[in-house]
Design a protein around this ligand. Structure first.
Ligand code: ZN
Length: 592
């Protein structure tokens, strides 16, 4: 899309309307269905050969076979690939298998050498208009002999649901990787940066190409986790108003009046870091997780990967030769770039990207790398309750619209007449109509014509101002009413009370990251990090599917109708399930 459409407001929805039924979830479900056929790590290839990486044979099976992973299901089962022993999954029985398990539980002290490969492919759609900077799909393939983890980062708005990447993308990519590289579906995590660049229609094939190139060039690596800090480039876009409601900042509608705003929400300044070095200590790759909408744009306009593209460029140009940087979008549902609503200077994502890249670099240089064990990946199917209160919320907004329409007052002014009068009354409230001496002169002659004119104008100015405020509120309600109506229609058409998505997690030594589809608001990520048992636990949204906005239960009940709680498919109760499942995934990742 053009830079003029950078607001991530209604156009997201407009694009999705024709593309997705029920918010892209059928695609997610399809992805899960196809994945379920393939998600047994270590599954023996059809030709009976031992899978690549299976160097140990035992009791007639390969290293992986005793640890079959239970396929994901709607009841919330899941699996761990690469656990020693598995924290969950198929339960072996019998003395023989117990002996096998005992054998393998005794092995982690001699963990296999971690190997890594990286590759990137340009996915910019150059036929779609001017290009400011390229968009990439990047692949990081990690392998430790028994486990493979593939982290893919895409400079795109979402993995299905909205934008150019179709709902069939994830299933197609996973099927190809299973077929060509025997990589299990559960091992593949794809994160969209959420930048609004336009990517090529064949991004699925280009993704497979990137992973294959990365897998071809594995080198021994050392790993280390860390964290950096950047608090200058973002702001929370949900404003808490004095009436207890919340309103968000969008380019699609007006900012609330200063006098109505009570406080702002939090940001997460943490940069989650995974540093990978070659065996000789030279930097090889940097994964960095940060939460902010990449919707700032560039002064020249044109297709852009926004601040993550610039941040990665800074890292790659300064950390060492051949280093690849992987931006992983965090819980950015309610996080805008700083000064997002500024109108006095051009918006420049490059400046923000440079700040983020330098802050990530500064912290990364201090990370000590070493043997990275264990390498784990977890995937769980999660069933969430669909929103069931669309009609109630739609009725409430329509009632508010009717009230506002009735509130419009007639005035003698149009905008041309209003503006100079407004300025005069603000500039000189006591003598807006003329100089002070004129009023004194009238008074001395027993007249008050100026004062009477002022009173009439003041009333008109006030009425006109109220009309403007009602208009601003109506534009805001109109956007969010349209979103509620669309999602209501999709929910009715879907005919199911639940939404089926997947939660994933990966661990490389001390670096732990749990991922979820959709736009988690920042409080959710902060809460997970606060209670997470690991020292370096991070959270990524926008991964392995797209579930629109995911607000907290309190945000979801907001009567101010922010876009995060209207462009949303889930009932407030979703939060409890999210927390439980996050804890479950983290427990599996961090199990001894
Ligand atoms: Zn967004």
């Amino acid at each position: 899309m053009s830079n003029g459409e950078l607001s991530d407001g209604p156009q997201d929805g407009a694009r999705s309307a024709s593309r997705t039924q029920a918010g892209g979830l059928p695609a997610i479900s399809r992805g899960l269905r196809s994945a379920r056929r393939d998600d047994t790590p270590g599954q023996r290839p059809r030709d009976g050969s031992i899978p690549e990486g299976c160097q140990r044979r035992s009791l007639g099976g390969c290293f992986w076979h005793p640890f079959r992973v239970r396929p994901a299901s709607h009841t919330g089962s899941g699996g761990v690939a690469g656990a020693h022993p598995p924290a969950n999954g198929w339960q072996p029985s019998g003395l023989l298998v117990a002996l096998v398990l005992a054998l393998f539980t005794s092995t982690p002290a001699h963990a296999a050498q971690l190997l890594a490969g990286v590759a990137k492919v340009d996915i910019t759609d150059r036929a779609a208009g001017p290009v400011n900077d390229p968009s990439y799909v990047k692949a990081l393939v990690l392998k430790d002999g028994s486990t493979t983890v593939v982290l893919v980062t895409v400079d795109a708005v979402a993995i299905g649901g909205i934008g150019r990447i179709g709902n069939d993308y994830l299933g197609k990519v996973r099927a190809e990787l299973q077929r060509e590289l025997a990589i299990p579906a559960a091992s593949v995590l794809v994160n969209a940066s959420h930048c609004h660049s336009i990517v090529r229609a064949d991004t699925d094939a280009l993704t497979v190409q990137a992973v294959k190139e990365a897998a071809k060039n594995l080198v021994p690596v050392r790993a280390g986790a860390g964290r950096g800090r950047e608090d200058r480039i973002m702001e929370n876009r949900r404003l808490k108003l004095k009436d207890g409601s919340e309103l968000d900042l969008r380019r699609a509608y007006a900012t609330p009046r200063d006098e109505d705003v009570a406080s702002v929400g939090p940001v997460d300044a943490e940069i989650g870091l995974l540093r990978l070095d070659r065996a000789d200590g030279r930097p090889f790759a940097l994964v960095y997780n940060f939460a902010c909408h990449p919707i700032h744009g560039v002064p020249a306009g044109g297709n852009t990967a926004d601040f993550p593209g610039f941040a990665s460029k800074v890292i790659e140009e300064n950390f060492g030769e051949g280093v690849m940087a992987f931006f992983v979008q965090g819980c950015a549902g309610d996080i805008n770039p700083s000064l997002y609503k500024a109108t006095q200077h051009p918006h420049d994502a490059e400046a923000y990207g440079n700040l983020l890249g330098l802050s990530a670099l500064r912290a990364a240089r201090g990370i000590k790398t070493g043997e990275a064990s264990p390498l784990r990946v977890v995937r769980e199917a999660v069933s969430l309750p669909r929103a069931a209160d669309y009609q109630k919320r739609i009725a409430a907004i329509e009632s508010e619209q009717a009230r506002l329409l009735k509130s419009f007052r007639g005035t003698s002014l149009n905008f041309k007449a209003f503006l100079p009068l407004f300025l005069q009354h603000k500039l000189s409230p006591d003598f807006p109509g003329y100089h002070n001496y004129g009023y004194l002169h009238e008074k001395s002659q027993g007249r008050d014509a100026l004062a009477k004119l002022d009173a009439e104008n003041r009333a008109n100015v006030e009425a006109y101002l109220q009309n403007i405020q009602a208009m601003e509120r109506l534009t805001h309600l109109q956007v969010n009413l349209a979103l509620l109506k669309r999602h209501h229609a999709e929910a009715v058409a879907a005919g199911t009370p639940t939404l089926d998505v997947e939660m994933s997690g990966m661990r490389i030594g001390d670096f732990v990251m749990v991922t979820f589809p959709g736009e988690l608001t920042v409080e959710l990520g902060l809460a997970v990090k606060k209670r997470a048992p690991g020292k370096f636990t991070f959270v990524a949204g926008y991964t392995n599917g797209y579930l629109f906005y995911l607000p907290t239960e309190a945000q979801r009940k907001n009567t101010g109708y922010a876009q995060e709680d209207c462009d949303c498919l889930v009932a407030p109760e979703w939060r409890k399930i999210f927390d439980e499942r996050t804890d479950s995934v983290l427990k599996k990742l961090l199990a001894p």
